[in-house]
Write a protein that binds this ligand. Sequence first.
Ligand SMILES: Nc1nc2c(ncn2[C@@H]2O[C@H](COP(=O)(O)OP(=O)(O)OP(=O)(O)O)[C@@H](O)[C@H]2O)c(=O)[nH]1
Ligand SMILES: [Mg+2]
Length: 299
Amino acid sequence: MSKQFELATINWFPGHMTKALRMMEKELEAVDAILYVLDSRAPFSCLNPKLNIVAGNKPIIYILNKADMADENKVRDWEKYFSQTNRTIVLDSSKSNSTKRIESIVREVLSAKIEKYAKKNINATIRLMVVGVPNCGKSTLINNLCGKARTQTGNIAGVTRGKQWVRLSSGIEVLDTPGTLWPAFDNNLVAHHLAYIGSIKEDVLDIPSLALDFISELILLDKTILEKRYKFEIDSDMQPLEILEKICKSRGFLVKGGEYDYDKGANALITDFKKGYLGNITLESVDDIRKLKKNDRKK
Ligand SMILES: Nc1nc2c(ncn2[C@@H]2O[C@H](COP(=O)(O)OP(=O)(O)OP(=O)(O)O)[C@@H](O)[C@H]2O)c(=O)[nH]1
Ligand SMILES: [Mg+2]
Protein backbone atom coordinates (compact mmCIF):
# COMPACT_ATOMS: atom_id res chain seq x y z
CA MET A 1 0.00 0.00 0.00
CA SER A 2 3.05 2.23 0.16
CA LYS A 3 2.76 4.89 -2.48
CA GLN A 4 5.85 5.35 -4.63
CA PHE A 5 4.16 7.08 -7.54
CA GLU A 6 1.96 10.13 -7.97
CA LEU A 7 -1.75 9.36 -7.84
CA ALA A 8 -4.34 11.32 -9.80
CA THR A 9 -6.82 12.96 -7.45
CA ILE A 10 -10.25 11.37 -7.24
CA ASN A 11 -12.88 14.06 -6.86
CA TRP A 12 -15.15 12.06 -4.70
CA PHE A 13 -17.85 13.42 -2.47
CA PRO A 14 -19.20 10.58 -0.40
CA GLY A 15 -22.24 12.49 0.82
CA HIS A 16 -23.76 12.96 4.19
CA MET A 17 -21.36 11.14 6.41
CA THR A 18 -22.60 12.69 9.66
CA LYS A 19 -26.21 12.04 8.68
CA ALA A 20 -25.38 8.41 7.85
CA LEU A 21 -23.60 7.90 11.16
CA ARG A 22 -26.49 9.47 13.06
CA MET A 23 -28.94 7.17 11.29
CA MET A 24 -26.75 4.22 12.15
CA GLU A 25 -26.59 5.29 15.79
CA LYS A 26 -30.40 5.30 15.89
CA GLU A 27 -30.72 1.85 14.31
CA LEU A 28 -28.08 0.52 16.65
CA GLU A 29 -30.38 0.97 19.62
CA ALA A 30 -32.40 -1.98 18.34
CA VAL A 31 -29.52 -4.36 17.57
CA ASP A 32 -27.44 -6.70 19.72
CA ALA A 33 -24.34 -6.96 17.51
CA ILE A 34 -22.79 -5.62 14.32
CA LEU A 35 -21.49 -7.67 11.39
CA TYR A 36 -18.84 -5.44 9.86
CA VAL A 37 -18.22 -6.60 6.28
CA LEU A 38 -14.83 -5.77 4.75
CA ASP A 39 -13.58 -6.57 1.26
CA SER A 40 -10.55 -8.86 1.74
CA ARG A 41 -8.87 -7.22 -1.25
CA ALA A 42 -8.61 -3.90 0.61
CA PRO A 43 -9.58 -4.39 4.27
CA PHE A 44 -7.99 -1.21 5.59
CA SER A 45 -9.75 1.00 3.05
CA CYS A 46 -13.10 -0.46 4.14
CA LEU A 47 -12.57 0.58 7.77
CA ASN A 48 -14.32 3.52 9.31
CA PRO A 49 -12.72 4.36 12.67
CA LYS A 50 -15.90 6.18 13.74
CA LEU A 51 -17.86 2.93 13.75
CA ASN A 52 -16.23 1.81 16.98
CA ILE A 53 -17.27 5.05 18.64
CA VAL A 54 -20.85 4.87 17.35
CA ALA A 55 -21.10 1.18 18.27
CA GLY A 56 -20.41 1.93 21.95
CA ASN A 57 -20.42 -1.41 23.77
CA LYS A 58 -22.27 -3.39 21.05
CA PRO A 59 -20.05 -6.26 19.90
CA ILE A 60 -18.58 -5.97 16.41
CA ILE A 61 -17.78 -9.12 14.42
CA TYR A 62 -15.46 -8.56 11.46
CA ILE A 63 -16.20 -10.41 8.24
CA LEU A 64 -13.30 -10.60 5.77
CA ASN A 65 -15.53 -11.17 2.76
CA LYS A 66 -14.63 -11.99 -0.87
CA ALA A 67 -11.72 -14.02 0.47
CA ASP A 68 -11.99 -16.19 -2.66
CA MET A 69 -10.63 -13.24 -4.69
CA ALA A 70 -7.95 -12.21 -2.20
CA ASP A 71 -4.38 -13.18 -1.31
CA GLU A 72 -4.66 -16.03 1.18
CA ASN A 73 -1.55 -15.16 3.21
CA LYS A 74 -2.41 -11.50 3.56
CA VAL A 75 -5.98 -12.35 4.55
CA ARG A 76 -4.64 -14.69 7.23
CA ASP A 77 -2.56 -11.79 8.59
CA TRP A 78 -5.63 -9.56 8.60
CA GLU A 79 -7.61 -12.23 10.39
CA LYS A 80 -4.93 -12.37 13.09
CA TYR A 81 -4.86 -8.58 13.28
CA PHE A 82 -8.61 -8.18 13.80
CA SER A 83 -8.79 -11.22 16.06
CA GLN A 84 -6.66 -9.40 18.63
CA THR A 85 -9.71 -7.35 19.53
CA ASN A 86 -12.76 -8.90 17.84
CA ARG A 87 -14.16 -12.16 16.56
CA THR A 88 -13.22 -12.34 12.87
CA ILE A 89 -14.55 -14.57 10.12
CA VAL A 90 -12.93 -15.12 6.72
CA LEU A 91 -15.61 -15.70 4.12
CA ASP A 92 -16.63 -16.24 0.51
CA SER A 93 -20.26 -15.35 0.97
CA SER A 94 -21.06 -16.08 -2.67
CA LYS A 95 -20.71 -19.78 -1.83
CA SER A 96 -23.83 -21.36 -0.39
CA ASN A 97 -23.60 -22.40 3.26
CA SER A 98 -20.36 -20.48 3.77
CA THR A 99 -22.04 -18.27 6.38
CA LYS A 100 -22.98 -21.17 8.66
CA ARG A 101 -20.31 -20.27 11.22
CA ILE A 102 -21.68 -16.76 11.68
CA GLU A 103 -24.72 -17.78 13.71
CA SER A 104 -22.75 -19.86 16.17
CA ILE A 105 -20.18 -17.09 16.64
CA VAL A 106 -22.97 -14.57 17.17
CA ARG A 107 -24.53 -16.80 19.85
CA GLU A 108 -21.13 -17.20 21.47
CA VAL A 109 -20.46 -13.46 21.49
CA LEU A 110 -23.95 -12.78 22.90
CA SER A 111 -23.99 -15.76 25.27
CA ALA A 112 -24.22 -13.69 28.48
CA LYS A 113 -27.23 -11.82 27.12
CA ILE A 114 -28.90 -14.99 25.82
CA GLU A 115 -28.39 -16.71 29.21
CA LYS A 116 -29.77 -13.71 31.06
CA TYR A 117 -32.97 -13.80 28.99
CA ALA A 118 -33.23 -17.58 29.28
CA LYS A 119 -33.10 -17.33 33.10
CA LYS A 120 -35.99 -14.88 32.99
CA ASN A 121 -37.83 -17.12 30.55
CA ILE A 122 -37.85 -14.38 27.94
CA ASN A 123 -37.63 -15.51 24.33
CA ALA A 124 -35.77 -12.45 23.06
CA THR A 125 -35.01 -12.03 19.35
CA ILE A 126 -31.34 -11.56 18.44
CA ARG A 127 -30.96 -8.62 16.08
CA LEU A 128 -27.89 -7.98 13.95
CA MET A 129 -26.92 -5.08 11.75
CA VAL A 130 -24.77 -5.59 8.67
CA VAL A 131 -22.58 -2.62 7.75
CA GLY A 132 -19.77 -1.90 5.31
CA VAL A 133 -18.79 0.14 2.26
CA PRO A 134 -20.84 -0.23 -0.96
CA ASN A 135 -20.36 -3.46 -2.91
CA CYS A 136 -18.48 -5.34 -0.14
CA GLY A 137 -21.15 -8.06 -0.16
CA LYS A 138 -23.54 -7.16 2.69
CA SER A 139 -26.73 -8.19 0.89
CA THR A 140 -25.12 -11.35 -0.55
CA LEU A 141 -24.10 -12.38 2.96
CA ILE A 142 -27.64 -11.85 4.24
CA ASN A 143 -29.11 -13.87 1.36
CA ASN A 144 -26.67 -16.63 2.18
CA LEU A 145 -27.68 -16.54 5.85
CA CYS A 146 -31.34 -16.83 4.74
CA GLY A 147 -30.68 -19.52 2.18
CA LYS A 148 -32.65 -17.51 -0.36
CA ALA A 149 -32.45 -14.23 -2.24
CA ARG A 150 -34.28 -11.86 0.11
CA THR A 151 -32.23 -8.77 -0.70
CA GLN A 152 -31.10 -7.27 -3.98
CA THR A 153 -27.43 -7.66 -4.94
CA GLY A 154 -25.21 -6.56 -7.85
CA ASN A 155 -21.59 -5.85 -8.69
CA ILE A 156 -21.88 -2.04 -8.62
CA ALA A 157 -21.87 0.45 -5.76
CA GLY A 158 -25.18 1.51 -4.23
CA VAL A 159 -27.49 -1.43 -4.98
CA THR A 160 -29.16 -1.35 -1.56
CA ARG A 161 -30.83 2.02 -1.11
CA GLY A 162 -32.79 1.69 2.10
CA LYS A 163 -32.64 -0.40 5.24
CA GLN A 164 -34.34 -3.81 5.23
CA TRP A 165 -34.96 -6.26 8.09
CA VAL A 166 -34.71 -9.94 7.17
CA ARG A 167 -35.74 -12.81 9.47
CA LEU A 168 -33.66 -15.99 9.40
CA SER A 169 -35.19 -19.43 9.98
CA SER A 170 -33.41 -19.52 13.36
CA GLY A 171 -35.40 -16.45 14.42
CA ILE A 172 -32.41 -14.09 14.27
CA GLU A 173 -33.27 -10.80 12.56
CA VAL A 174 -30.71 -9.11 10.34
CA LEU A 175 -30.72 -5.52 9.13
CA ASP A 176 -29.33 -4.85 5.66
CA THR A 177 -28.07 -1.29 5.19
CA PRO A 178 -26.92 0.77 2.21
CA GLY A 179 -23.15 1.14 1.99
CA THR A 180 -22.94 4.50 3.67
CA LEU A 181 -20.18 3.75 6.06
CA TRP A 182 -17.48 5.79 4.37
CA PRO A 183 -13.94 5.27 5.62
CA ALA A 184 -11.04 7.73 5.69
CA PHE A 185 -12.15 9.47 2.51
CA ASP A 186 -9.60 12.24 2.81
CA ASN A 187 -6.95 9.68 1.86
CA ASN A 188 -6.47 9.53 -1.91
CA LEU A 189 -4.95 6.04 -1.87
CA VAL A 190 -7.95 4.74 0.11
CA ALA A 191 -10.24 6.37 -2.47
CA HIS A 192 -8.31 4.57 -5.25
CA HIS A 193 -8.60 1.21 -3.55
CA LEU A 194 -12.33 1.72 -2.99
CA ALA A 195 -12.66 2.60 -6.68
CA TYR A 196 -10.83 -0.59 -7.74
CA ILE A 197 -13.08 -2.80 -5.59
CA GLY A 198 -16.21 -1.14 -6.98
CA SER A 199 -17.22 0.83 -3.90
CA ILE A 200 -17.37 4.19 -5.66
CA LYS A 201 -19.94 4.87 -8.35
CA GLU A 202 -18.24 4.82 -11.75
CA ASP A 203 -19.80 8.05 -12.98
CA VAL A 204 -17.53 10.10 -10.70
CA LEU A 205 -14.41 8.27 -11.84
CA ASP A 206 -11.99 8.92 -14.69
CA ILE A 207 -11.42 5.27 -15.58
CA PRO A 208 -8.35 5.72 -17.88
CA SER A 209 -6.43 7.70 -15.24
CA LEU A 210 -7.59 5.23 -12.57
CA ALA A 211 -6.29 2.38 -14.71
CA LEU A 212 -2.86 4.04 -15.04
CA ASP A 213 -2.62 4.37 -11.25
CA PHE A 214 -3.78 0.78 -10.87
CA ILE A 215 -1.07 -0.40 -13.28
CA SER A 216 1.58 1.49 -11.25
CA GLU A 217 0.37 -0.19 -8.08
CA LEU A 218 0.21 -3.66 -9.62
CA ILE A 219 3.76 -3.30 -10.97
CA LEU A 220 4.99 -2.60 -7.45
CA LEU A 221 2.96 -5.51 -6.08
CA ASP A 222 3.79 -8.15 -8.72
CA LYS A 223 4.19 -7.44 -12.44
CA THR A 224 3.44 -11.06 -13.35
CA ILE A 225 -0.23 -10.42 -12.49
CA LEU A 226 -0.51 -8.33 -15.67
CA GLU A 227 1.89 -10.47 -17.69
CA LYS A 228 -0.12 -13.63 -17.03
CA ARG A 229 -3.51 -12.12 -17.76
CA TYR A 230 -2.63 -10.14 -20.88
CA LYS A 231 0.18 -12.33 -22.21
CA PHE A 232 3.05 -9.90 -22.68
CA GLU A 233 6.31 -9.19 -20.89
CA ILE A 234 6.86 -6.05 -18.87
CA ASP A 235 10.35 -4.50 -18.92
CA SER A 236 11.53 -2.54 -15.90
CA ASP A 237 11.54 0.76 -17.84
CA MET A 238 8.00 0.39 -19.22
CA GLN A 239 5.66 3.23 -18.30
CA PRO A 240 2.02 2.66 -17.21
CA LEU A 241 0.71 4.21 -20.45
CA GLU A 242 2.79 1.82 -22.52
CA ILE A 243 1.42 -1.07 -20.47
CA LEU A 244 -2.15 0.13 -20.99
CA GLU A 245 -1.41 0.26 -24.73
CA LYS A 246 -0.17 -3.32 -24.59
CA ILE A 247 -3.38 -4.33 -22.80
CA CYS A 248 -5.39 -2.59 -25.56
CA LYS A 249 -3.35 -4.41 -28.18
CA SER A 250 -3.69 -7.81 -26.55
CA ARG A 251 -7.48 -7.31 -26.36
CA GLY A 252 -7.80 -5.83 -29.86
CA PHE A 253 -9.00 -2.48 -28.52
CA LEU A 254 -7.90 -0.31 -31.40
CA VAL A 255 -9.74 2.49 -33.14
CA LYS A 256 -9.50 3.69 -36.74
CA GLY A 257 -5.95 4.45 -37.87
CA GLY A 258 -4.48 1.93 -35.45
CA GLU A 259 -4.85 4.22 -32.40
CA TYR A 260 -5.44 2.64 -29.02
CA ASP A 261 -8.90 2.69 -27.45
CA TYR A 262 -7.73 3.70 -23.98
CA ASP A 263 -11.25 3.81 -22.53
CA LYS A 264 -11.95 0.21 -23.46
CA GLY A 265 -8.53 -1.00 -22.30
CA ALA A 266 -8.86 0.82 -18.97
CA ASN A 267 -12.38 -0.51 -18.42
CA ALA A 268 -11.28 -4.05 -19.22
CA LEU A 269 -8.46 -3.87 -16.67
CA ILE A 270 -10.58 -2.47 -13.82
CA THR A 271 -13.42 -4.90 -14.61
CA ASP A 272 -10.97 -7.81 -14.66
CA PHE A 273 -9.89 -6.89 -11.14
CA LYS A 274 -13.46 -6.41 -9.90
CA LYS A 275 -14.40 -9.82 -11.21
CA GLY A 276 -11.29 -11.51 -9.83
CA TYR A 277 -9.87 -12.37 -13.26
CA LEU A 278 -6.43 -11.01 -12.35
CA GLY A 279 -6.05 -13.70 -9.71
CA ASN A 280 -6.11 -13.51 -5.93
CA ILE A 281 -4.98 -10.04 -4.92
CA THR A 282 -4.98 -8.08 -1.67
CA LEU A 283 -3.77 -4.53 -2.09
CA GLU A 284 -3.13 -3.80 1.59
CA SER A 285 -1.10 -5.70 4.13
CA VAL A 286 -1.11 -5.47 7.92
CA ASP A 287 2.49 -4.20 7.71
CA ASP A 288 1.30 -1.20 5.66
CA ILE A 289 -1.01 -0.24 8.52
CA ARG A 290 1.75 -0.58 11.10
CA LYS A 291 3.89 1.77 8.97
CA LEU A 292 1.01 4.23 8.62
CA LYS A 293 0.45 4.25 12.38
CA LYS A 294 4.17 4.77 13.00
CA ASN A 295 4.21 7.75 10.60
CA ASP A 296 1.13 9.20 12.33
CA ARG A 297 2.91 9.04 15.68
CA LYS A 298 5.90 10.91 14.19
CA LYS A 299 3.68 13.81 13.04
N1 LIG B 1 -16.51 -13.70 -5.39
C1 LIG B 1 -17.30 -13.19 -4.46
N2 LIG B 1 -18.24 -12.31 -4.82
C2 LIG B 1 -19.02 -11.79 -3.85
C3 LIG B 1 -18.89 -12.15 -2.49
N3 LIG B 1 -19.81 -11.46 -1.78
C4 LIG B 1 -20.49 -10.71 -2.65
N4 LIG B 1 -20.03 -10.90 -3.90
C5 LIG B 1 -20.47 -10.20 -5.13
O1 LIG B 1 -20.19 -8.82 -4.93
C6 LIG B 1 -21.20 -8.01 -5.55
C7 LIG B 1 -21.77 -7.04 -4.53
O2 LIG B 1 -22.55 -7.76 -3.59
P1 LIG B 1 -23.74 -7.08 -2.78
O3 LIG B 1 -24.19 -8.11 -1.78
O4 LIG B 1 -24.75 -6.46 -3.66
O5 LIG B 1 -22.94 -5.93 -2.02
P2 LIG B 1 -23.52 -4.83 -0.99
O6 LIG B 1 -22.46 -4.62 0.05
O7 LIG B 1 -24.86 -5.22 -0.51
O8 LIG B 1 -23.59 -3.57 -1.94
P3 LIG B 1 -24.47 -2.19 -1.77
O9 LIG B 1 -25.87 -2.58 -1.51
O10 LIG B 1 -24.27 -1.52 -3.07
O11 LIG B 1 -23.84 -1.44 -0.63
C8 LIG B 1 -22.21 -8.99 -6.14
O12 LIG B 1 -21.90 -9.17 -7.51
C9 LIG B 1 -21.96 -10.27 -5.37
O13 LIG B 1 -22.30 -11.43 -6.10
C10 LIG B 1 -17.85 -13.09 -2.13
O14 LIG B 1 -17.62 -13.44 -0.97
N5 LIG B 1 -17.10 -13.57 -3.17
MG1 LIG C 1 -26.64 -4.26 -0.67
